[in-house]
Design a protein around this ligand. Structure first.
Ligand SMILES: [Mg+2]
Length: 164
């Protein structure tokens, strides 16, 4: 079957790299254990828009270019592939880092994914999509996801099919 795989914190240890960037740029001393919410502006202070801008600034840094894969993720994806599943990366990342994202996947997860879709959930501009819409379009009924906002969105529409 087709399975959707989130990228950040499922395949990519992006939060560690983001915190390195944030600590160096804003003089904080945050660790993973300090992050009590996916709404990072509640942790950092400031507005949701300012948090989105921080992510966009982060995407331009070497911190982002050097994001490490999550330990064991490649082995897990390989098992799913060997069992005959077709994998699609389904990410909230913005469209403008599509090339960087695809290059990173090619480097760390070569020949694993049949495609990548960008929801642009927190993008500063451009069209945004629900992950559930992307999954329905692709006929994906299972999504591996760490963010409860996306997980509940998809779970609430489980079993729906794209109608054309
Ligand atoms: Mg994630």
């Amino acid at each position: 079957m087709r399975i959707g795989i989130d990228i950040d914190e499922i395949l990519a240890a992006s939060l560690d790299a983001m915190l390195d960037f944030h600590n160096g740029t804003y003089g904080t001393n945050l660790k993973q254990g300090d992050i009590f919410s996916y709404k990072l502006w509640e942790v950092w202070g400031g507005s949701e828009e300012e948090a989105a801008q921080k992510w966009h600034d982060f995407y331009e840094t070497d911190h982002f270019a050097g994001v490490c894969p999550i330990a064991g993720a490649f082995a897990a994806m390989t098992v799913l592939k060997e069992r005959g599943h077709e994998l699609f990366a389904i990410t909230a990342r913005p469209h403008h880092i599509a090339k960087k994202t695809e290059d990173w996947l090619d480097e760390h997860f070569p020949a694993v994914f049949s495609g990548v879709r960008f929801a642009n959930t927190y993008g500063l501009n451009g069209s945004k999509h629900k992950k559930s819409d992307l999954c329905i379009e692709l006929g994906i009924a299972t999504l591996v996801e760490d963010d409860p906002r996306h997980a509940t969105d998809c779970a609430s529409r489980g079993g729906q099919r794209h109608s054309t």
